[in-house]
Design a protein around this ligand. Structure first.
Ligand SMILES: O=C(O)[C@H](O)[C@@H](O)[C@H](O)[C@H](O)COP(=O)(O)O
Length: 221
């Protein structure tokens, strides 16, 4: 059963998303076991991470992973790691052993993806997704062969959104995640939001357990 959209005022989106993620992390931490959080890049998730850093979460129990990464060095402006480092890891003082960075600087992209796969937990606890105007999520783009992948859990792919080469979690990982928050904002996503919520054959619609949270513009209200 696909969860219904969570529609909030534009000004409330960042705070509501941070609250949702903090609740999700605290729910997964019951019993004191470690919890995994996988982060997407993009302009929408970024501000949420900064706000999330202010929430009451047992951060010492959180292991940070990435949903996708561009094949650029970790200090490159396009790096999803850099986005998370500035907005979340530095403010929280996260120790390096709790951060599982996708090695976007590696020359052998497939080997880098295979190495990252070895670090993944069996099931990802909490995942943050974005949605592109073409219906992509993570770095899984419409029409990509990566969407058919059933075995590999991390792939190196080429996509239409620059930078082209990316490393991405595949659908088997995203579809088995325990709690998934999708973040969408702006009228430019309105049409795609409708199509994804209707369950069309689009990457963002294939992670069915996603709770899509959006502002009224993206919801067409
Ligand atoms: O590395 C990336 O580009 C992201 O992981 C990508 O999936 C992003 O989340 C969407 O493209 C939405 O991006 P915006 O929120 O900036 O529209």
């Amino acid at each position: 059963m696909r969860p219904g959209p969570i529609v909030v005022d534009k000004e409330a989106l960042v705070g509501e998303a941070a609250d949702w993620l903090a609740r999700a992390l605290n729910e997964c931490v019951t019993g004191g076991q470690r919890v995994s959080l996988a982060l997407s890049g993009g302009s929408t998730p970024g501000p949420v991470y900064r706000e999330l850093a202010k929430r009451d979460v047992p951060w010492a129990l959180v292991d940070f992973y990435f949903v996708d990464e561009r094949f650029v060095p970790p200090d490159h402006p396009e790096s999803n790691y850099l986005l998370a480092e500035e907005a979340l890891f530095k403010p929280l003082g996260v120790p390096v052993h709790q951060i599982f960075r996708m090695p976007g600087e590696r020359a052998d992209r497939d080997e880098a993806a295979r190495d990252y796969e070895k670090l993944l937990p069996r099931v990802m606890d909490v995942v943050v997704l974005g949605m592109g105007e073409d219906g992509h999520t993570a770095s899984l783009f419409p029409g990509g062969t990566s969407l058919k992948e059933k075995e590999r859990r991390v792939l190196a792919v080429v996509g239409p959104k620059p930078p082209p080469w990316r490393m991405t979690l595949t659908l088997p990982v995203l579809q088995s995640a325990r709690k998934v928050l999708g973040l969408v904002s702006g009228a430019g996503k309105r049409e795609m939001v409708k199509r994804v919520l209707a369950g069309e054959d689009l990457p963002a619609a294939k992670v069915e357990q996603t709770h899509w949270m959006m502002d009224k513009a993206a919801a067409g209200q």
